[in-house]
Design a protein around this ligand. Structure first.
Ligand SMILES: NC(=O)c1ccc[n+]([C@@H]2O[C@H](COP(=O)([O-])OP(=O)(O)OC[C@H]3O[C@@H](n4cnc5c(N)ncnc54)[C@H](O)[C@@H]3O)[C@@H](O)[C@H]2O)c1
Ligand SMILES: CCCCC/C=C\C=C\[C@H](O)C/C=C\C/C=C\CCCC(=O)O
Length: 258
């Protein structure tokens, strides 16, 4: 029970990776506030998690990560329900390369993570009454290695990597005991991957072959990688890639100090 007494907030936690993260956090003793656009699925997930991990361990707050009001409400509800906040996982994300979807992809994948990170810093920073803590932002292996199938999606995930690394070297976060790290999984067995189609990516038939070649990992494997980041207290600004062929790999990008 390494996270006993800790409180986590997970966006996009109604299903897929966010749900697997929430479950792993609960298994390790944390309490969890889930925010998600999908209210029906979110409420069902909370029912299932509550019956498995006990009453009062998890709450659901309907939330669109692109809305600052919704995100502010999510953070307030988490703090009110559980008294503090220690871990924030900005996980909600979508794919889609064609109009009008691609603009939404930029909004959810970038704006959502910016909202979640900025609010997390306000809630966690020690000089404003927080306890410090850990922010994990969900990028993707597609944000590290270019692929021809999802340029918009890949660009948003590269943005998440860069945005997170910038904050990780900021004196406000460092001096206030806040760490920020990045998860970059390859393909994972979630509804997002199951729903990949010609409406989501370019060259769909070739993409299918690419996914088969790369391989698909389980959400639990990525949740274990989340725990690797949470347990490793020295890491800040780290990029943890998870894939079928490489397992968990910390990646280094050239950092040129200014
Ligand atoms: N599945 C993969 O292969 C894979 C690999 C690498 C990274 N990722 C990233 O992991 C994250 C989760 O992916 P997943 O596979 O679990 O996807 P998913 O589609 O299975 O689940 C995403 C969840 O996010 C919610 N969501 C979507 N838009 C939202 C919004 N605007 N506000 C709040 N909630 C919203 C959905 O309702 C859903 O519950 C995403 O950021 C994705 O880009 C996924
Ligand atoms: C076919 C692309 C669809 C993109 C949107 C849908 C799902 C997203 C899934 C993941 O985030 C993974 C996306 C891309 C992975 C790309 C390259 C993987 C590189 C493999 C590796 O380096 O191990």
């Amino acid at each position: 029970m390494t996270l006993e007494g800790k409180v986590a907030l997970v966006t996009g936690g109604a299903q897929g990776l966010g749900r697997a993260f929430s479950e792993k956090l609960l298994q390790n003793g944390a309490k969890v506030a889930i925010g998600d656009l999908n209210q029906k699925q979110g409420e069902q997930t909370i029912q299932e998690l509550t019956s498995q991990y006990g009453i009062g361990r998890a709450i659901f707050v309907p939330c669109n990560v692109t809305s600052l009001d919704d995100m502010t409400n999510l953070f307030q509800n988490a703090k009110e329900a559980f008294g503090c906040l220690d871990i924030v996982v900005n996980n909600a994300g979508i794919g889609g390369e064609f109009a009008p979807m691609w603009e939404k992809v930029i909004d959810v994948n970038i704006k959502g993570v910016v909202h979640g990170t900025q609010l997390a810093i306000e809630y966690l920073r020690k000089d404003k009454g927080g306890n410090g803590g850990h922010i994990i932002n969900m990028a993707s292996a597609g944000g590290l290695n270019p692929n021809p199938f999802s340029p918009v999606y890949g660009a948003t995930k590269a943005a998440v990597v860069h945005f997170t690394r910038c904050w990780a070297m900021n004196s406000t976060t460092i001096d206030n005991g806040i760490r920020l790290n990045i998860l970059c999984p390859s393909f994972v067995d979630t509804p997002m991957t199951k729903n990949i189609s010609e409406t989501v990516c370019h060259n769909y038939e070739t993409a299918k072959g690419f996914i088969e070649k790369i391989g698909v990992i389980s959400p639990e494997t990525v949740a274990d990688a989340l725990m690797t980041l949470l347990k490793n207290k020295e890491r800040n600004g780290a990029i943890l890639k998870v894939s079928k062929h490489g397992g968990e790999e910390f990646c280094t990008l050239q950092l040129v100090p200014v």
